[in-house]
Design a protein around this ligand. Structure first.
Ligand SMILES: Cc1cc2nc3c(=O)[nH]c(=O)nc-3n(C[C@H](O)[C@H](O)[C@H](O)COP(=O)(O)O)c2cc1C
Length: 240
């Protein structure tokens, strides 16, 4: 399997800028392409196709679900339960968006969404006439989320939990301590805080070094000489 693709918000982009190249089936189409390329598709909370439509577009491929925690926790809980029942295989919590960054290009270009573009995963529950927060309904994302919410998320799903938006080794270590199964080192493509380290630099090298060291040591202590010797007997599913 290749690297995960961040196929998030594709349809919004397509519709908003009205390129004419992508249809209103943006996420379904890209989901389909991911399956064909044998790569992982991460569907966004704010997709404009519903998660059912995305799942149906390519039922057998690897798909994860990206979560923004909403101020109305019941809505987020519902999404988590729903994505698990639809066969998504991991939950990706985006942690670097307590508020939307100052997106000057969007302001300069007076970004606006067509009325036909809706957040299908919410079924109208958070529709608002004011989309001045870069296309998101006002006050949708809960800015108060913290490490203690990891336990809450883990109580909702048995699926592996991955945090997207980690940039420091300290946070990577905390993620391990809180029982998170994976991280995505990301600065949100520079769309959030101006001047944060590029994700390819030293921090990433350090994170990868920690990962490699841990992996090598665990393999050695488990008696595995290569990756193909790690089989299902070595996985403690109850701890996942
Ligand atoms: C139009 C657009 C929409 C995006 N929507 C989301 C989203 O819904 N959720 C999310 O976690 N990231 C979203 N992102 C960020 C990307 O997932 C990704 O982090 C970024 O494009 C690549 O930067 P990175 O390599 O630092 O991750 C979006 C990016 C773009 C350009």
């Amino acid at each position: 399997m290749g690297m995960p693709e961040y196929q998030t918000g594709l349809q919004w982009t397509a519709e908003t800028y009205n390129t004419g190249n992508l249809t209103i089936f943006g996420e379904e189409t890209s989901r389909h392409a991911s399956e064909a390329m044998n790569t992982c598709y991460i569907a966004s909370t704010y997709s404009t196709c519903s998660m059912e439509e995305i799942a149906a577009a390519a039922p057998s491929g690897v798909r994860w679900f990206q979560l923004y925690i909403h101020q109305r926790r019941d809505l987020s809980e519902q999404l988590v339960r729903q994505m698990e029942s639809l066969g998504f295989q991991a939950l990706v919590l985006t942690a670097d968006l307590p508020s939307t960054g100052k997106r000057r290009d969007d302001l300069r270009n007076t970004l606006q969404f067509l009325s036909s573009v809706t957040l299908k995963n919410f079924n109208g529950a958070i529709e608002d006439n004011d989309y001045s927060e870069y296309g998101l309904p006002r006050g949708s994302i809960d800015p108060s989320i913290s490490w203690k919410d990891i336990a809450w998320l883990k109580s909702l799903t048995h699926l592996p939990l991955i945090i997207k938006g980690i940039l420091t080794k300290e946070d990577a270590k905390l993620a391990v301590r809180y029982g998170v199964q994976g991280i995505i080192v990301s600065n949100h493509g520079g769309r959030q805080l101006d001047g944060v380290p590029a994700t390819g630099e030293k921090g990433l090298q350090q994170v990868l070094k920690i990962l490699k060291d841990e992996f090598r040591l665990s393999m050695a202590l488990a008696g595995c000489r290569n990756v193909s010797e790690i089989d299902q007997r070595l996985v403690q599913y109850s701890k996942l």
